[in-house]
Design a protein around this ligand. Structure first.
Ligand code: SF4
Ligand code: SF4
Length: 442
């Protein structure tokens, strides 16, 4: 049985069972049972939507603490480009990179550097393989990749089989550091500074590769306060030249950044989980025009909209535009053919968590049963049963994890019929009493 790790978890104490998250989850992974939310591990894609919506802060994203640095003799920070967009009036990327070194990292390797390599590789794949299924769908957003795996398996052949920039950055950085320091790889910790829980999960339970080279993931919101202080202390003379990426790599953290780096016209970029789902549905139904590439980001605005960031994604986008103004287009290219370290070494297979049964005949009969149950329910998707819709409750009933009585309308009907039955019995008893001749005492 597949084991699951999820960055997104529930704090039961704080949960009020209000069903806000149940309604919002794109994979219908949450139910409220006994007054508390329950996440179905096999369905969750760690998109973080439930964290965003919960008014009681009962949903959390777990990541590693900064103290994890102490576990490695040599550490490399892998900052996501969305980190730069968190700081107001930033003109020079070297400032946050030097702050990371002051914080205790031995070196930094920008994820945007690796992103430029992935862009270059994608161009080569698109240009060199005319028979590829089109459009190619980006594999960079791990929440989208997991969504395709559970809900749109027909689109798996279209997914770009390249490692995400975080993974490429970790591999390059660790190999270079091992060469430079002579340390074994196990003594070098590659620590990713992440904007979202999906990327935490992607490191702990990778797709497309057997093992991630990233050793730990720290949230942007956890390094931000310390970085802010250190950046204020740094003068120009303290700052060494560390940045080595261009506009292309930096732009990966905003919606459209990855697609526009391909310098092709026939692309589509969508962000926000609902828009992503609607694009995937249209792709599945072949409703979209001929496209070369589709970039999809689960978070609104792209990675700058991740729940582990601190800044409003639209403000972050404006900042990034300012920051990249004077940068060259790109600084990193692949030499010849696409290197192995960029390519997937494991298949991403369909996980049939939404199927009713492995046997198609049984699945069809369960589907019919589900439709019949759904027709008996109120059909108003109120959520008071703890499932997001009446159809989802019907599915839970067919799966044996819920009962019709959980629907308050069904319960009311049952109480009403019980009441009717009781009053008819009472009426009958009263009538019988009236018909018994009075006892004259003889
Ligand atoms: S939104 Fe979900 S997790 Fe938050 S209190 Fe309501 S039911 Fe609980
Ligand atoms: S992280 Fe996303 S998929 Fe997982 S339970 Fe929350 S809303 Fe649903």
């Amino acid at each position: 049985m597949e084991q699951f790790f999820h960055s997104v978890t529930l704090d039961k104490e704080l949960c009020k069972g209000c069903i806000n998250c149940v309604k919002r989850c794109p994979t219908e992974a949450i139910r409220v049972r006994d007054g508390k939310a329950v996440i179905m591990a096999e369905r969750c894609i760690d998109c973080g939507e439930c964290i965003r919506i919960c008014p009681h802060h009962a949903k959390r994203a777990t990541s590693d603490p900064l103290s994890i640095l102490k576990q490695y003799p040599y550490t490399i920070a892998l900052p996501a480009p969305s980190l730069y967009a968190q700081f107001a009036n930033l003109e020079d990327i070297d400032l946050p990179l030097n702050a990371l070194k002051k914080m205790g990292f031995d070196e930094v390797f920008e994820v945007s550097k690796a992103a430029e390599l992935v862009s270059d590789a994608t161009c080569r794949i698109l240009d060199g393989n005319p028979d590829l299924p089109k459009p190619l769908i980006s594999s960079a957003c791990p929440a989208v990749l997991r969504l395709i795996r559970v809900r749109f398996p027909q689109l798996l052949p279209n997914v770009l089989k390249l490692n995400a920039p975080i993974e490429v950055a970790a591999r390059r950085a660790k190999r270079e550091a091992a060469r430079k320091t002579g340390l074994p790889l196990k003594d070098i910790g590659a620590i990713f500074i992440s904007p979202c829980p999906a990327k935490v999960t992607a490191v702990k339970m990778p797709l497309g590769t057997e093992n991630s080279w990233v050793d730990a993931v720290v949230a942007i919101k956890d390094v931000y306060p310390a970085m802010l202080g250190l950046m204020k202390e740094l003068s120009d003379s303290d700052c060494s030249e560390l940045s080595d990426s261009g506009r292309m790599g930096i732009s990966w953290c905003i919606s459209g950044g990855e697609a526009s780096a391909l310098l092709k016209e026939q692309y589509l970029a969508a962000d926000g989980i609902e828009n992503v789902i609607s694009v995937l549905e249209d792709l599945e139904d072949e409703k979209l025009p001929a496209l070369d590439f589709v970039e999809l980001n689960a978070c609104s605005g792209g990675c700058v909209g991740g729940v582990l960031t601190v800044e409003n994604p639209y403000v972050a986008r404006v900042r990034l535009k300012q920051l990249r103004k004077y940068l060259p287009l790109s600084r990193n290219h692949i030499e010849d053919k696409v290197p192995d370290e960029l390519q997937w070494d494991a298949d991403v297979a369909y996980t049939p968590v939404l199927e009713l049964d492995e046997d198609i005949g049984i699945a069809m009969s369960k589907l019919r049963e589900m439709s019949q149950i759904e027709q008996r329910l109120a059909g108003i998707d109120c959520g008071s049963c703890g499932a997001p819709t009446c159809r989802a409750l019907a599915e839970d009933i067919v799966r044996g994890t819920a009962s019709e009585e959980q629907c308050i309308f069904k319960l009311r009907e049952q109480v009403q019929s019980l009441q009717d039955e009781l009053s008819s019995l009472q009426h009958k008893a009263d009538k019988e009493n009236q018909e018994i001749p009075p006892d004259d005492g003889q």
